[in-house]
Write a protein that binds this ligand. Structure first.
Ligand code: CTP
Length: 400
């Protein structure tokens, strides 16, 4: 995505440098505009060094700092897929809400047709002032997005709201607002299971597996960014992603119950969770003491969540499962597809260290038409986007 980052004059400007680095690291092209007041807090060199892209501003006296020729604002306004103002002061919010264009950033904001996103940061009194709130409400009516500030101790020493939102939240909001929505997924409810489940033996011991839940979380993000309403039923310890409903669970039984509560309203299911297939037959409420010699652990099957939901589907609901295989991948995947009546199985090859905990991964979609072209190898976020594009295309082509 081509992101134009506008940085205005608040102490949180130093955090915008870190955001610029994060967005660049995520693969976005980042250019920046530093207002004169913003340049009192950080320098253009900071931004050009972190982004590898130019930094624009009104002060022609500094090295990498570009002059502001009369049509630069139009070029930049056209270049951007998304304009993010981080941090946004009451001043720039007031200007943009009222159509004032007195410097490069405010001129670009008036000229651009790209999505605009605001991350305000200011003193609590200023933030709560009706003028600022009215201006933000007006910006929202233009279709602009606002990432509200959080609460905390502010640079002025006051405690309250006005603190720049968490950078990861801003980055997720940028990703969401800057991603084109896919018509076959807009407004659709997608239920996603992710992460490992844990089956407790006693209050301190548990049976689990090596899944982190990263792939399922990236899929949830990718469906969210494509316009779907996502409900994520998540095991494990990874943080819940921004902008979707997450239901945290521990055991397979809890995951099943959470899924059953949401499945009737859903349009589709993606079962990415690594559900423990067995649980201890009789878990103990007290810590079990060790004994000498060999011990036997009796295990019983957990419910197959994917199979149960698939068997309870109503017409129009679609179901995608995962398979992690180390041999005869496609044979096993076809068998799973038929046995659980799925629309697609995404097959992971776990033989060469891919999948669990790995950074890059390959998935082979298998449908009733057989194996489809492989997606990847790609980092998990991009792989999830590829899965969503592939599936949206199939949905768009007619009933699955
Ligand atoms: N799954 C589930 N509930 C279970 C077990 C698995 O929902 N109790 C889902 C997983 O989320 C995944 C798919 O079913 O989408 C995996 O199917 P499974 O038959 O468990 O595959 P493997 O464990 O990979 O295969 P197998 O045990 O046959 O080797």
């Amino acid at each position: 995505m081509r992101i134009l980052l506008g940085i205005t004059g608040g102490i949180a400007a130093y955090k915008a440098a870190d955001l610029a680095r994060l967005l660049t690291h995520q693969g976005h092209q980042v250019r920046s505009i530093l207002t004169e007041a913003g340049a009192r807090f950080i320098t253009p060199l900071t931004l050009t060094s972190l982004t590898g892209g130019p930094c624009y501003g009104a002060n022609p006296d500094q090295g990498e700092w570009r002059a502001n020729p009369s049509i630069e604002h139009i070029e930049l306004a056209r270049w951007a897929d998304l304009v993010a103002v981080v941090p946004a002061t009451a001043n720039i919010i007031g200007k943009a809400a009222n159509g004032l264009a007195s410097d490069l950033l405010s001129t670009v904001l008036l000229a651009t047709r790209a999505q605009v996103l605001w991350a305000p940061a200011m003193n609590t009194g200023m933030w709560e002032h009706p003028a600022v709130q009215a201006n933000l409400a007006r910006l929202r009516t233009f279709g602009h997005a606002v990432v509200d500030p959080g609460e905390g101790v502010l640079a002025c020493g006051e405690e309250g709201s006005g603190k720049l939102a968490d950078l990861l939240t801003i980055a997720e909001a940028i990703q969401f607002h800057g991603t084109p929505k896919l018509s076959s997924l807009i407004g659709r409810r997608v239920l996603i299971t992710a992460g490992p489940t844990r089956e407790d033996l006693d209050p301190v011991r548990t049976l689990t597996n090596r899944s982190t839940g990263a792939m399922g979380i990236e899929l949830a993000r990718a469906f969210r960014d494509a316009g779907a309403k996502v409900q994520l039923v998540l095991g494990g310890d990874l943080p819940a992603p921004w902008g979707l409903e997450t239901i945290r669970v521990r055991s397979a039984q809890q995951m099943l119950e959470a899924c059953k509560a949401h499945w009737p309203q859903a349009d589709g299911l993606v079962a990415a969770a690594a559900v423990a297939d067995q649980r201890p037959e009789s878990p103990s409420t007290q810590k079990v003491k060790k004994v000498e010699g060999t011990e036997m652990l009796s295990l019983v099957r957990t419910p197959d969540i994917l199979a149960q939901l698939s068997s309870q589907r109503r017409p129009g609901q679609w179901v995608i499962g995962f398979a992690a295989e180390s041999e005869d991948h496609l044979v096993h995947a076809m068998a799973k597809l038929q046995k659980k009546s799925l629309d697609a199985v995404l097959v992971n090859d776990i033989q060469d260290g891919q999948a669990f905990g790995a950074q890059a991964n390959t998935l082979i979609p298998v449908t009733d038409q057989g194996p489809q072209p492989a997606l990847g190898p790609l980092p998990k976020d991009q792989l999830a986007q590829a899965v969503v594009q592939w599936w949206a295309q199939r949905l768009g082509a007619g009933p699955v």
